[in-house]
Structures are given as C-alpha cells and as structure tokens.
Design a protein around this ligand. Sequence first.
Ligand code: AMP
Length: 128
Amino acid sequence: MPHSPPTPQPHGESMAQATLFEKILAGEIPGELVYEDAQCAAFRDINPAAPTHILLVPRKPIPRLADAGEEDVGLLGHLMVIAPKIAAAEGFGDAFRVVVNNGADAGQSVFHLHLHIIAGRPLKWPPG
Ligand code: AMP
C-alpha cells in the first residue's frame, strides 16, 4: 500500500500565534501609542502602576529577556536608549524606572518581551 504524504504540521515562527502586543502594534487591538520606529513601539499600560506607565515593546516577539540572544544585542541596546527618551517626553527624564519581568514567578503575564517605563510618583526600593 502506498504511503500517503505526511500531513503538514504547524511549526516555526511563521505559524506561531501573534502575541497580544503584536496585535496592538498591528492596530488589531486598541492601544494608546506614544512612540514607534522600525524596531519597537511604545503604548500606555492598560492598568497603570503610576501616573506614567508605558510599555516599550520590540517588534520582534522575543518571549522573555532570557530568550534574547547575541543577535538581539543591538535591539536590546536600542530599547535602553529609547526608554529614557520616552520618559523625558512624558516630563520625567530625571526620575523614572525601567522594569523587565522575566517569567511568571517574576510577574510576567505577557510573553512578548517589554520594558515597563514607570514614572510620576515617588518609587520605593526594593519593589515588591
Ligand atoms: P508583565 O506582567 O510584566 O508581563 O506586563 C504586562 C503588562 O501588560 C501589564 O502591566 C498589563 O497591565 C499590560 N497589559 C495587558 N493587556 C494590555 C492591553 N491590552 N493594553 C495595554 N497594556 C496591557
């Protein structure tokens, strides 16, 4: 009996479901964008932890900081350069916090790497 050809299986990035943040960047889900360029975009957090709470998201859907590789060094550096500019544009160039939660036990709930930019109130240390 002849073998039938194998059924194509979903695999690889092209078949992966878009993340929530990819959908916001694509305009498929509403978001209040405050910055965008070829590598990243930033929008207001829907549940702000401070008067200014912005999420800076690379267009590349790296799930967690721990999943970034050497090939992402330039992208990560770009995010770190852009974050202070966004804080400054919000009027908090001298006092802001940048946070990356890595993994569910560290508070990560959306598995598309993002920098939280938080400002506009006194920020205590250490965080909870
Ligand atoms: P994390 O818990 O570090 O993964 O951060 C995810 C953040 O995304 C949280 O601060 C949420 O409030 C925020 N968030 C979830 N859904 C949306 C949305 N639709 N628009 C804007 N921010 C969102």
